[in-house]
Design a protein. Sequence first.
Length: 131
Amino acid sequence: MPEQAAMGTRRSTYSRRLADEICLRLADGQSLRAICADPALPHRATILRWLRDNPAFRALYDTAREAAADTLAEEIIAIADCATGREDVPAIKLRMEARMWVATRLRPASATRGEGAGGIAITITTDDAAL
C-alpha cells in the first residue's frame, strides 16, 4: 500500500505546507487548474473542499487571489511597455484585456480599494503604438 501512495496517489489531507505551496503559486499568477495538474498536489475537488471546510485556508486562498490580481496588473504594465509598433497593437490589447478580465474577477467585491466599483477599461489606438 505505501508503494501505491508513492506512485502518484494525490494527497487529500490538509496541511499548512500544502496550503502554502498552493497559495504561493496562486499569488504568482498560476491558475488553480495549472496548480492541480501537478501530481504532487491535491486534486481540484480536494482544494475546493478545503475552501468550503477550512476558514484558515479560505483566508490564505483569498489573500493569494488578491496577490494574483496584483501580479496580473504588473504583467499588464510589462506588456504595454513592450509595444514596439502598430502591428503589435491588436495582440497587445488582447493580452492586456485577458489579464484585466481575470484580475477583476480575482478581487473580492469588497476590495475595491476606493477606486469605485467600475471595471478597468483601456483604449489603445494605432496612434498609441508610436509612443
